[in-house]
Write a protein that binds this ligand. Structure first.
Ligand SMILES: C[S@@+](CC[C@H](N)C(=O)[O-])C[C@H]1O[C@@H](n2cnc3c(N)ncnc32)[C@H](O)[C@@H]1O
Length: 280
């Protein structure tokens, strides 16, 4: 928190240091980094931009509050994208959320502000996909946020998130899941563990739906190669059913779980570029 309100040059220095440690692939290619940064800025407008056009703070105090709130959101977002929740990193669920007492609310409010700028939200496309199928399909929404998916479909949806500020988000031991959804939630550096867990709970021939920020899958701007990513998912025990790159903001990847996967081969997961917000 105090770090966020430090001087401009200190912030810039820290940002550069952070990139050196957390995103070596970006550091290696300065041009790609600049392009990547501008893509992220374009795709995920800063909260200051949002507050200027939508809810313009009138008083000095409100402006300061908006700035602090934007800073909190960026800090939590950056943590989620650049950490794993392994105990070795000492950033378990509770530890992460103890960063700032009001983190859960602030993260989701900030996230909704960002998303209000996207012309189409991937969660709506996933809702439509489900509505076109049987409502008897059981869904696990990994990283559900405000559980919008569960509220928008008739299916039984297990809504799972690091943070539960909604009573419908439950902690559960899942089995019998037909559809596993990751809607913009492959955030941690240990995202392969999330997919392994989805694979574990999914029934054979179940669906795995992934929506992710497009720049994370754009090798021209420091993102992962989508083919390497899809190959890694397939090695986990899936077949690629379809890929949709038509949206400007996000990609949608659809996989089907194979009836059986006997492979014990070690999977080479590509690094997924974190979506870092521009500091003001
Ligand atoms: C960008 S939000 C997307 C929310 C929702 N899927 C949507 O599309 O509106 C990503 C969500 O993933 C959650 N998340 C990130 N890493 C997680 C983890 N390791 N375990 C559980 N949830 C996680 C965050 O708390 C956040 O709510």
């Amino acid at each position: 928190m105090n770090q966020e309100v430090g001087g401009r040059s200190r912030k810039r220095k820290r940002r550069n240091n952070h990139r050196k440690i957390e995103t070596p692939s970006i550091k290696q290619n300065a041009t790609a980094a600049a392009a990547a940064n501008s893509t992220v800025k374009k795709e995920l407008p800063s909260t200051s931009t949002v507050s200027k056009s939508s809810t313009k703070p009138s008083s000095f105090l409100e402006k300061m509050k908006a700035k602090l709130s934007g800073g909190h959101f960026r800090m939590i977002n950056e943590k989620l994208y650049t950490c794993s929740n392994s105990s070795s990193a000492n950033i378990r669920f509770s530890g992460r959320m103890q960063l700032i007492p009001d983190s859960p609310g602030q993260y989701h409010t900030g996230y909704q502000e960002q998303m209000s700028r996207w012309p189409e939200q991937p969660v709506n496309i996933i809702m439509k996909w489900l509505k076109d199928r049987s409502s008897s399909l059981v869904v696990a929404d990994f990283g559900c946020g405000d559980a919008r998916l569960a509220k928008g479909v008739k299916n039984k949806v297990f809504s799972i998130d690091l943070v539960s500020k909604d009573p419908s988000v439950i902690a559960c031991d899942m089995s019998n899941v037909n559809v596993a959804v990751f809607c913009l939630s492959l955030m941690g550096t240990n995202f392969p563990n999330y997919l392994e867990e989805a694979n574990r709970v999914l029934k054979p021939s179940g669906w795995l739906l992934i929506a992710e920020v497009k720049s994370r899958f754009d090798p021209n701007t420091g993102g992962a190669d989508p083919d390497s990513f899809c190959q890694a998912v397939c090695e986990l025990g899936f077949t690629s059913a379809s890929k949709d790159f038509s949206n400007k903001m996000f990609v949608l990847l659809y996989f089907k779980k194979k009836p059986k996967n006997n492979s014990n081969k070690e999977i080479k997961w590509p690094e997924l570029k974190p979506c870092l917000y521009k500091r003001r």
